[in-house]
Every structure is written in C-alpha cells, then in structure tokens.
Design a protein around this ligand. Structure first.
Ligand SMILES: Nc1ncnc2c1ncn2[C@@H]1O[C@H](COP(=O)(O)OP(=O)(O)OP(=O)(O)O)[C@@H](O)[C@H]1O
Ligand SMILES: [Mg+2]
Length: 453
C-alpha cells in the first residue's frame, strides 16, 4: 500500500459515511501517521500548531473508527489498515486490492515485476500470477523497528541459498512473529503460495497437512498427493508459528509431545527432499533434529532472535518516556527485548511520571513487575536437570566453564552438559567468549527472577 492509496482509502471511507472529503490537514495527518511521523513534525510541516493537529486528528480517528475499530489511534492506524488489507486478501492477490469497494494498489505488490524472474518455476506453475496468501492465523503487525540485518540474513537464506527449513527461535515476545510478517511483506512476490498456521491449539500433523493441501489445491491445478509434491510444483512459503506447543514440558527442549513425533519426520523430509519451497518454524525452543540436520550441512538453518539494537528507543519514544539520555541504559538492562520494553515503559509511565532516570535510580535490582508471568511461562517448561543447572547458574556472578559443575547437583557430567545445551536451545543460557574460551551465562533478567523467587 503506498501513501496515495491510503489517502484515497481514507477519503473514500469518510466520504461514504459523511459526504465530506478529507480536509488538507487531515490528509497531511493520514500521510504523516502512515509514514510514522509524530504530531509535532506534522504540525511543523503544515505550519500550524500541534494542538490544532491533535484536534483535527481526533475528528479524523473518530470518523474512521467504524472502519478500523473502536480503539483506533495514531499508533495503530497503519497496522489496523494493513491487517484489514491482509484479511481481505486471503483470496487471490491482484495488482490492486479491494477494501470495501475501494481499490488500493499495493506497496506489497509493487516489486512483483522486478523479482519474479529470479524464481526457477517449472512451466506449469502459476509464476505469472499474484501470490495466493493466507495470513488469517497470523497476529497483527503493530509498530516495527530495526531488524535490518536479521531480515537480510533470512532473505539471503531463502532467495539465494534456497534454504528449505528455517527455524527462528527465541524468547516469548522477542519479535519472532513480527519479523516473519515483515519478511513476508518484503519477499512475498517470490512465492506462489504463502500460508501462516499457528500451532497454539496443538493441531496434529495430519490436520495441518490437510489444511495446507486444501490451500495449495485452491488454484486450478490437479490435486497432488503430498505436501512435498506441492512444494516441488510451486514456490510455497509456509510459516508454522508457536511451534513450542508441540513440545513437551518438563523435558529437555524440543522433544515432541506423544502423538506429535511425526512432525519431526515431516520437518526432516522438508529439509532433505528436493523442492523449491520453504518452511519457517517460529518457536521458543529449537527442535532437536534441526541441530542434526545443520550438522550435516543440509539446507536447514536456524536464527536465534535476540533483542533490538538502538532502534528499541523508538518503543520508548512511542510511550512518551522522558530522559532520553538514559534510554540506552534501560534498553541494555532489558536486552532490547521489545515486549519487555513495552511493559516496563508502561510501568515507568504509571509509577515514575515517565522519568527513566528516576526508574533507574535504584541500580541494585532489575525491576521485573509485570514481566514475571512471562518469565515463569518459560521456567515452568524446564526439565528437572535444567532447573537444577539454571538455578545454580543464577547464583554465579560470572560466566561458567563447561568443566565446572554444581557440587551437590547429583547430575552426571552428561546430564549437566545436556541441561546446559537444552537451556541454550531455549535461549535462556548464552555462550560467551572469555579469553578465547566459551563460557555459559544465564540471561540476567531470568537470573534476577530466579534469585527473587
Ligand atoms: N521489531 C520490532 N519493533 C517494534 N516492536 C516489536 C518488534 N518486534 C516485536 N515487537 C513488539 O513486541 C511484541 C511481541 O512481538 P511478537 O509477538 O512478534 O513476539 P514473539 O516472539 O512472536 O512472541 P511469542 O513467542 O510469545 O509469540 C509485539 O507487541 C510487537 O509489536
Ligand atoms: Mg509469536
């Protein structure tokens, strides 16, 4: 969607409802907010006061609420419109989309012509048509910052290295779903089919396979017997989100629930068979067989998603926090984790009148507050041996060598190593290089939480 399309959509929506057109200032607001400008900047560009912009914007959002929802505001305008756009596009994506009888030509689609030639489609694949996309299972993409290098890594893996199986793993709220949505936005024209499915409600593999076959079989082609056949015939991009739900709790990371082991075989088959498609797994835990596949240099790769860099400051700006000179300390303390920063920023607004300096004044502790349930949801999945090792690591003041071990843990060496490996596959333990030697460190926020328990 480009900005002119958005203005046209807003204008038509308001005209249909009120018989009035957007005022020039409202047009500037739609344009500015779509381009993530703040009201003071819009006011400056329009040579009027900020309060005038605010007043006019309030009227504008009011008029668009019927279309985009009661909670519409300047922060979610773009994502709501994009979401509305996506949902209406579950069917075929044409050169232009229709939202409520208004045609919008898509920014998502504008690179089709330049990129299409790169895909080695077989002659009968629908390469010259628009991709068919189903994102009904995907969450809403709200603000999105940074991730340039991760996005270019993923793009390179998919388009140049033709990686067939990619796992993006990391803590809850780190931005796995967000980056996958952004990736789709950037590379969707390279595919014939894109589908997103969540494993939150633990569907069996056969349910997922049936859904995928129904989806791939919707365009006029002869139904094919297996998913791999569709993966060979067309360029398909499948995203399976919340994959940790098919793994056991209280066991080492990445072990399938009873009755779900066939997922492991399916993932392996996707990685090892020859085809032109890609499966992306989003998970809190790295599946076990992925390590083995990577070890033999199969086309399977893993991205451990960590926090945002300086751009995390935009989250704090969105929340209206003060003391900008202290923001980098706050970002470092909460590891640039976007969801944690959102939560902590709300606490700072609530308890410290938005002052980051006052919040950081007590240097002894990392404040957890509303983060606790999120941290607990990770810890409650640990196996007994991981719990022992994790709790021991939380008492250590520096990174530990793998040859060290808790004296009274009753774990064998191999159990200890497995526990460390498993904690790392959950992103709870980090490997750091100290004087040329790898050592292991527990995530400081989890360390604080465990110590406080
Ligand atoms: N790059 C980003 N810029 C700004 N905000 C972000 C970014 N990535 C994620 N967020 C915000 O952080 C929150 C969590 O992101 P997301 O849902 O993608 O996390 P997740 O890793 O998929 O979590 P879960 O494993 O629980 O599904 C969202 O509210 C999202 O808007
Ligand atoms: Mg997610």
């Amino acid at each position: 969607m480009n900005v002119e399309d958005v203005i046209q959509w807003a204008n038509n929506s308001i005209f249909d409802k009120t018989g009035e057109h957007l005022t020039p200032l409202q047009e500037a607001i739609v344009m500015g907010v779509w381009q993530r400008q703040k009201y003071p900047q819009i006011a400056k560009d329009f040579h009027c006061s900020e309060s005038h912009v605010k007043k006019e914007a309030a009227k504008l959002w009011e008029k668009l609420r019927e279309e985009l929802g009661e909670d519409l505001n300047k922060f979610n305008f773009r994502s709501k419109l994009e979401k509305k756009y996506r949902v209406s596009q579950v069917a075929h994506w044409g050169d232009c989309l229709q939202i409520d009888n208004v045609n919008i030509c898509g920014e998502f689609l504008q690179t089709i012509e330049d990129t299409k030639t790169r895909s080695p489609f077989p002659p009968d694949s629908p390469q010259n048509q628009s991709p068919i996309i189903d994102l009904t299972d995907a969450p809403e993409l709200t603000s999105f910052y940074d991730r340039t290098s991760e996005l270019s890594t993923l793009t390179e893996w998919i388009l140049q290295a033709h990686t067939r199986l990619i796992t993006v793993y990391g803590l809850s709220g780190i931005g796995k779903s967000a980056i996958a949505l952004k990736l789709i936005e950037q590379i969707q024209t390279e595919f014939d089919y894109i589908i997103w499915r969540s494993l939150t409600h633990t569907p069996t593999l056969s349910t997922i396979q049936t859904e995928l076959k129904q989806f791939f079989g919707r365009s006029p082609q002869t139904p094919l017997p297996t998913i791999i056949d569709y993966f060979r015939a067309s360029r398909c991009l499948v995203i399976l989100d919340d994959v940790q739900n098919i793994f056991k709790s209280s066991q080492l990371a990445g072990q399938y629930l009873t009755g779900y082991e066939d997922y492991g075989k399916f993932f392996k088959q996707i990685a090892t068979s020859s085809h032109q498609s890609c499966l992306i797994l989003l998970s809190w835990e790295k599946p076990r067989e992925i390590t083995a596949l990577e070890a033999v240099n199969r086309p399977a790769r893993t991205l451990h998603l960590k926090g945002l860099r300086e751009q995390a400051a935009e989250i704090l700006r969105e929340k209206g926090l003060a003391d900008e000179e202290k923001w980098s300390d706050l970002i470092a303390l909460y590891q640039g984790h976007p969801y944690w920063l959102n939560i902590i920023a709300s606490t700072i607004v609530e308890l410290f009148d938005s002052s980051v300096s006052r919040f950081l004044a007590d240097k002894n502790d990392i404040y957890l507050g509303d983060l606790e349930p999120l941290l607990e949801s990770h810890l409650e999945r640990l196996s007994e041996s991981e719990e022992k090792v994790g709790y021991w690591l939380a008492t250590q003041n520096e990174a530990v060598d793998i040859s060290q071990q808790p004296a009274d843990s009753e774990l064998s060496k191999s159990e200890f190593w497995q526990a460390i490996q498993s904690l790392a596959r959950r992103g709870l333990v980090e490997k750091v290089l100290v004087e040329g030697r790898s050592k292991f460190l527990i995530n400081p926020v989890f360390q604080q939480y465990i110590q406080s328990k």
